[in-house]
Design a protein around this ligand. Structure first.
Ligand SMILES: [Zn+2]
Length: 239
């Protein structure tokens, strides 16, 4: 194979590898972020539950205050009972007492209902806290494996970058400029193999003359359709 073409194929393979590292790292980070999202959602559920428990407790306090007021009122009524002078006053007092007693029983029922809700919410809270602990343990484990994977990827990236740098030291400047120009629009497909007599950048069939030149690999050949640099894959060459 033409020396320049060989260098181009190598350079392009390094560049493709380098482009792949960032998505690989993102992919590793994404593994973690799904677990973090679940943990965040559990935390917000826990906060909601705390708020609901506070609300229930404050309602219970209000009912207790109301009960104390009603107790005072009933004592008041009972005192007044001894002081009534006529039937009309007595009836009014009895009605007042009846209403106050009804309110007492309603407040007591309400307290029972609120206590039941509080118990259920506390149970819910315990469950959520258990789930959060589990999730946080998973996050710790995954964090370690993700960190290791990212470190490995970075190591690999450094190796490839170093090899690329070494290749560039002896690279022909004109050929490099030529490559960079194609790369500007073709990105990682600036140098592509020919398979089944088709360019693997634009997937168009190339003519017999160009194809035979690509097979000979004596010169740098561009795809007549898209302009990418073509090469015959070595496996096929050996075959
Ligand atoms: Zn092409």
């Amino acid at each position: 194979m033409n020396k320049y073409l060989e260098d181009l194929v190598k350079l392009s393979k390094y560049d493709i590898a380098i482009s792949m590292f960032e998505p690989k790292i993102e992919n590793e980070k994404a593994k973690l972020s799904t677990f973090v999202e679940v943990a965040e959602s559990i935390k917000s559920q826990i906060n909601d539950t705390y708020a609901q428990i506070d609300d229930v407790k404050s309602k219970r306090t209000k009912n207790n205050i109301h009960l104390a007021e009603l107790k005072t009122k009933l004592e008041d009524i009972s005192r007044k009972n001894n002081e009534v002078s006529n039937e009309k006053e007595l009836k009014a007092l009895q009605l007042e007492e009846e209403i106050a007693k009804e309110q007492v029983s309603f407040a007591n029922e309400e307290i029972i209902r609120l206590d039941e809700i509080a118990v259920a919410k506390e149970e819910e809270l315990k469950e959520l806290q258990g789930k959060l602990t589990e999730e946080e343990e998973s996050i710790k484990e995954i964090q370690i494996s993700v960190d290791n994977a990212i470190e490995e990827i970075n190591q690999e990236r450094n190796n490839v970058s170093q090899e690329r740098g070494q290749l560039l030291e002896k690279f022909d400047k004109k050929i490099l400029t030529f490559y960079e120009k194609i790369r500007r629009w073709a990105k990682d497909t600036a140098v592509v193999p020919v398979k089944d007599q088709a360019c693997y950048g634009c997937f168009m069939k190339i003519n017999d003359k160009t194809y035979s030149e690509v097979i000979k690999s004596e010169e740098i050949i561009n795809c007549p359709h898209c302009g990418r640099i073509l090469y015959k894959e070595e496996e096929t060459e050996e075959a």
